[in-house]
Design a binder for this molecule. Structure first.
Ligand code: FES
Length: 105
């Protein structure tokens, strides 16, 4: 059994064309998840930090969305350019990337 120190769940939900609710996969969610996965592998960290695909995480208006556990930090409006910053700051050093964090409403 593997014991990961952290998990990042990235929403890849996609709704039907024309849906009134947004969906992360229509705004790059899958590409963002794939970049987390490949960068963590390149850095030799994929045995301790797990990237998981997620269905809708319930924060659609903030999408693309990801959440880091165990601390439960939510990130929104992500782009491919944010992946490295989250890896280096949060996933490796435990420092929340505040400008990307979804604040409580
Ligand atoms: S579609 Fe991504 S959080 Fe709902």
């Amino acid at each position: 059994m593997y014991k990961y120190k952290k998990h990042i769940f990235v929403c890849e939900n996609i709704r039907e064309e024309g849906s009134l609710k947004p969906s992360c996969a229509r705004h790059g969610g899958s590409e963002i998840k794939n970049k987390f996965k490949s960068r963590l592998s390149e850095l030799g960290l994929s045995s301790i930090i797990r990237t998981n695909s997620a269905g809708c995480l319930g924060a659609c208006k903030h999408g693309p969305v990801a959440v880091v556990y165990p601390q439960g930090t939510w990130y929104g409006k992500l782009t491919l350019d944010n992946v490295e910053q989250i890896i280096q700051s949060d996933l490796i050093n435990g420092i929340v990337v505040e400008e990307l964090e979804i604040k409580d409403e």
